[in-house]
Design a protein around this ligand. Structure first.
Ligand code: NAP
Length: 277
């Protein structure tokens, strides 16, 4: 039986994105296709991949084998720094679209800003061209800090969404304030803390016991209850189902406040002024 769908959020250029999706790194094509098929059945409609993950073909294959209509799913992919130019964004789109087996992509992201190249503004201009041509439903960035976003805002190129590392220990308040001010949706990567011990930590375990939920469900509920789009990765069918089964309960204000107390600032956040590909 197909699971319930996640609620959606409206992006500034009009597309609607589900609040919960499936991450696919570091799965290979075959593992990705299998996870996507399970996820479609569980009610997922948002799928996150990237040129760099080398599994876009697996996402496309999973979608086709699941039998779901192309228009029912929201596909996100990302391109590497070698495509950071206005024309390069278009070539990156063509290559990703071919690997995915689609003629439009819902959301295309610059994977990292790579400020040492100083070409991300041009690349986002290329995304805006692709949006105007109907090849994209939304445009975005990943791993952009407030000062990277400011240059886009100054150029009149406000992205629909910025995908950033975000979990209760890394709540990213500075960049989220910029998002809020400009109507940019925040999407959380490594929303479960990617094996960092977050799920086993005392406060999360305590809330899991209180609500009778899995620790991952507490953390994912914390994301979506604040309007953050979360893309947990799992290749385990039971967890794929568990991670989307979070729209039938609510964390109370005191518990949300307790989780806010876990924020350790930028410690442990990948520094996109120094790292990127
Ligand atoms: N834009 C970027 O630069 C960037 C960087 C990193 C990641 N991402 C994207 O974000 C996605 C998610 O991030 P992530 O994969 O780094 O970390 P994550 O989703 O926070 O954590 C994934 C890990 O949690 C486990 N897990 C999943 N559901 C669970 C559950 N219900 N209970 C217990 N453990 C659970 C998974 O194991 P099993 O698979 O064994 O279940 C996996 O080991 C990636 O897949 C990728 O699509 C983007």
């Amino acid at each position: 039986m197909t699971g319930a769908l996640a609620p959606t959020l409206k992006l500034r250029r009009g597309a609607r994105i589900p609040l919960l999706g499936l991450g696919t790194w570091p799965l290979d094509d075959a593992q990705t296709a299998a996870a996507v098929i399970t996820a479609v059945d569980a009610g997922y409609r948002l799928f996150d991949t990237a040129e760099n993950y080398r599994n876009e073909r697996g996402v496309g294959e999973g979608i086709r084998r699941s039998g779901i209509e192309r228009g029912e799913v929201f596909l996100t992919t990302k391109f590497n720094k070698e495509w950071h130019s206005r024309d390069g964004a278009k070539r990156a789109f063509e290559k990703s679209a071919r690997r995915l087996g689609v003629d439009y992509i819902d959301l295309l992201l610059l994977h990292w800003p790579n400020p040492e190249q100083d070409r991300y503004v041009d690349a986002v201009a290329g995304l805006a061209d692709l949006f105007a041509d109907g090849r994209l439903r939304a445009i975005g960035t990943s791993n952009f800090k407030a000062h990277h976003l400011q240059r886009l805002i100054d150029a009149g190129l406000v992205p629909d969404l910025n995908q950033i590392q975000l979990d209760p220990r890394h709540a990213r308040s500075e960049v989220r304030a910029v998002h809020r001010q400009h109507g940019i949706v925040t999407e959380s990567w490594s929303p479960l803390g990617q094996g960092s011990g977050l799920l086993e930590s005392g406060p999360i375990a305590g809330l899991a016991a209180k609500y009778g939920r899995a620790p991952a469900q507490i953390v994912l509920r914390w994301h979506v209850q604040q309007g953050l789009v979360a893309i947990p990765k799992s290749a385990t069918p039971e967890r794929i189902h568990q991670n989307i089964s979070i729209f039938d309960f609510e964390l109370d204000d005191d518990d949300m406040a307790q989780l806010r107390g876990l924020d350790a600032g930028e410690d442990g956040v990948a520094d996109s002024d120094r790292f990127g590909h």
